[in-house]
Design a protein around this ligand. Structure first.
Ligand SMILES: [Zn+2]
Length: 392
């Protein structure tokens, strides 16, 4: 069959054939190949991008239970107290407290507010008359991740137990498409994700919880696994996020997935533990992790200017001295989330005003950014319009 094709199609055709199989071949053909046929493959990709509609790669990042209050308002003065688990109140205030909400959020989440707000979008700020919310009615993790990943709330998904998800996620949906098969992966801190993504059925590589990193540069992987094995395990079912993120980056560099899901989780657990200092520090580190992932993407030809990064959370939390630690239907405000995006197909609209979006729209948005229409065969939330350029 190959010899029926015009010569200049060969490299691209081989890329398609080997996707999901021999990664090194696809990586060299799509990224570093400077032969004339390799250039042609790149030109085809760029042409799609010029329409401003499709990205070639998508990174979804979720930050478990990070409240909209901190995303849009930075550190909460009422919670920086001994009663909220803060060991060094003066130190924490010195690091994160500033007079205005704008200064505080930029201090806590500099990549969000200096880079994403400048080149991409953030949605859900009540001060901008925007709202992002869940529709699942439970406002805890599995129902939230199910809503994010499948595009639909499911009343049957009502516990965090390790039960294989009967619903198909957009990751699985993409993994069934020729262009994405074997090129979808997930790195997650929480060990329930193999069940949420149903790795058994979907065939998606899911590295979650305190399991070793398998892919990447050997020395780097060995070091990461040694550090993980020898560090204290604060939560047996949630890996420290640095291992999730650095494992994901090692995978990005070595396996070049087209779709990568990174789910970090420390923020939620520090909040449940009532440690507002650790919660803020974790949010701050997460912002740095997101920047690290973004910088890695920009350093690899396959991803540079051809990738969209989508960010959100599984649920909000309550408010006030006790409420912030928890979430769920009995804690008002737990349905309030936030959504952010940067990269190919995302107009630089910053902190968007007058937008109402739902968690169920993330899946269709992710798929839509890649140039596919998720809606026709999947009852799900509609894609969020990230290209809208009219003044708000
Ligand atoms: Zn939680």
């Amino acid at each position: 069959m190959l010899d029926l094709l015009p010569a200049h199609f060969c490299t691209r055709w081989m890329v398609l054939l080997f996707w999901g199989g021999v990664i090194s071949i696809s990586a060299s053909s799509s990224g570093q190949d400077t032969s004339s046929s390799g250039q042609k493959a790149l030109v085809v990709g760029q042409k799609t991008n010029e329409t401003g509609k499709s990205a070639e790669n998508l990174i979804l990042i979720t930050v478990d239970g990070l409240r909209w209050q901190e995303v849009f308002g930075g550190a909460d003065q009422r919670l920086m107290t001994k009663e909220n688990g803060v060991r060094d109140v003066g130190g924490l205030r010195g690091k994160f407290w500033r007079e205005t909400a704008e200064d505080r959020r930029e201090r806590l989440l500099p990549f969000f507010w200096k880079t994403i707000a400048a080149s991409g979008q953030i949605i859900g700020d009540p001060a901008k008359d925007s709202m992002a919310n869940t529709t699942n009615g439970f406002d805890f993790s599995y129902p939230g991740y199910n809503e994010i990943l499948t595009g639909r709330a499911d009343p049957r998904v009502s516990s965090n137990s390790k039960t294989y998800n009967r619903n198909m996620t957009f990751l699985e949906w993409l993994n069934q498409r020729k262009n994405f098969q074997g090129r979808v992966a997930a790195f997650c801190s929480w060990d329930v994700f193999p069940f949420i993504i149903n790795d058994k059925r979907s065939g998606i590589y899911v590295n979650a919880g305190w399991v070793p990193i398998e892919f990447g540069e050997r020395g780097e992987v060995t070091a990461l696994n040694r550090f993980a094995a020898e560090s204290p395990r604060v939560w047996p079912n949630v890996r420290m996020d640095v291992f999730t993120v650095d494992g994901a980056i090692a995978y990005l560099k070595s396996r070049k997935p087209k779709v990568l899901y990174v789910a970090v989780g420390e923020t939620d657990d520090w909040a449940h533990d009532g440690r507002y200092d650790m919660y803020l520090e974790s949010a701050y580190r997460t912002d740095q992790y997101i920047q690290r992932i973004w910088k890695t993407l920009q350093s690899i030809p396959q991803y540079r200017d051809k990738t969209t990064m989508l960010l959100t959370t599984d649920h909000g939390r309550g408010d006030g001295r006790e409420g912030w630690k928890n979430h769920g239907v009995i804690y008002p405000g737990s349905d309030r989330i936030w959504v952010a995006a940067i990269g190919q197909g995302v107009a630089p609209l910053g902190n968007r005003a007058g937008q109402n979006v739902e968690q169920s729209q993330i899946a269709a948005t992710a798929v839509g950014l890649l140039g596919y229409d998720y809606a026709p065969d999947r009852p799900s939330g509609k894609s969020i319009d990230l290209l809208q350029s009219k003044p708000e």
